[in-house]
Design a protein around this ligand. Structure first.
Ligand SMILES: [Zn+2]
Length: 100
């Protein structure tokens, strides 16, 4: 059984790399064409869900969970208050809170 576990982890690691690559592409496109960026984020999320992979925080914090917009200085408002960081998506108004 242990062997199977190992290969599962290995697979997840490989897919996580792919997902990170997709986020890189999405971030590039976020400045030029948000539609393509959003599609990339959606695709990446779908792949992650398929194998029950939790997106790491560093990826989750890159996009709006509601409209999948990649956060750029133009489309979000970042506020830091009481050691908490809030990001407000200017596209759909969703507020994301995180601890610093
Ligand atoms: Zn949004």
């Amino acid at each position: 059984m242990k062997k199977k576990e190992d290969s599962k982890e290995k697979k997840q690691r490989i897919i996580l790399k792919e997902i990170e690559g997709m986020f890189d592409v999405a971030e590039d496109y976020a400045k030029k064409d948000m539609k393509i960026a959003v599609n990339n984020v959606k695709k990446a999320k779908r792949i992650a869900m398929k194998i029950n992979l939790k997106l790491p925080k560093r990826l989750k914090n890159k996009f709006c969970k509601k409209c999948y917009f990649i956060f750029t200085p133009e489309n979000c408002e970042i506020r830091i208050k009481n050691k908490r960081k809030t990001i407000r998506c200017k596209n759909c108004g969703t507020i994301k809170r995180m601890c610093l």
